[in-house]
Design a protein. Structure first.
Length: 138
């Protein structure tokens, strides 16, 4: 069995962003040479996420609005912010959107369903954060 590891780095100018990282994951898969296995994509920060969904701008706008209703960016609402932080909402948004995804690798390609793409979700941007890509297989 082979293993491939790569870190992707992001520094978004906005506090909240959704970035389609599918092509970067596909490049890593091609570099790995793995034809059959599993691909893990993991946000390595507690205020960011990785998720799979459709790359449709209306959906992304809906996510922003929905997440803001569930966990508004109002520092006075979160005990976490008593530590001097202002990102209590970002922790909640990450919890909802998820930490990682695992995608099957078949024939050297990501084995997606219709319309599926991989996204990096940022909820406390304007600083450098990383995503781990780990692929194992043959």
């Amino acid at each position: 069995m082979k293993s491939y590891t790569k870190e992707l780095w992001f520094n978004t100018p906005e506090r909240v962003s959704f970035i389609n990282i599918t092509s970067e994951i596909e490049r890593g898969l091609a570099e790995s040479g793995i034809q059959e296995g599993l691909c893990l994509v993991n946000a390595m920060h507690i205020t960011a996420s990785v998720f799979i969904n459709d790359d449709e701008s209306g959906l992304h706008a809906d996510y922003r609005e929905w997440l803001e209703k569930l966990a508004p960016h109002d520092p006075s609402l979160y005990r976490h912010n008593r530590t001097g932080e202002d990102n209590g909402d970002a922790h909640h948004k990450r919890q909802i959107m998820g930490r990682e995804v695992v995608v099957a690798v078949t024939g050297g390609r990501l084995h997606f369903g219709p319309w599926e793409q991989i996204f990096y979700g940022e909820f406390d941007g304007r600083r450098r954060k990383r995503v781990l890509l780990k692929i194992i297989g043959e």
